[in-house]
Design a protein. Structure first.
Length: 94
């Protein structure tokens, strides 16, 4: 299985974000119903691998059409800010 890449991330205050690109090796998305980025961490200090493009390691949003057995099967995701939280903007309810 190819893991989906993160096309862009608008959570610029996240420790893994540099120039609207995620540099976490793999993020985890959500809970049963809410597609928030569980890996989001507000920090002035940057982390992650600056040479890596972020990917989705796991998705816990069971009601998303791209979720199959807790894995994301979207070709790519986008992360936006919603109420000061990072969320998967690619989320589509089943």
């Amino acid at each position: 299985m190819d893991v989906p890449k993160i096309g862009h991330c608008d959570a610029e205050n996240c420790a893994y974000n540099r120039d609207k690109q995620c540099h976490a090796i793999a993020i985890t998305v959500g809970d049963q119903t809410h597609p928030k980025c569980d890996t989001f961490m507000e920090s002035p200090h940057k982390g992650g691998d600056s040479s890596a493009t972020g990917t989705v390691g796991a998705c816990k949003v069971s009601i998303c059409e791209y979720n199959e057995m807790l894995e994301c099967h979207a070709p790519q995701i986008e992360v936006d800010l919603h109420n000061h939280a990072a969320e998967c903007a690619t989320f589509q309810s089943k």
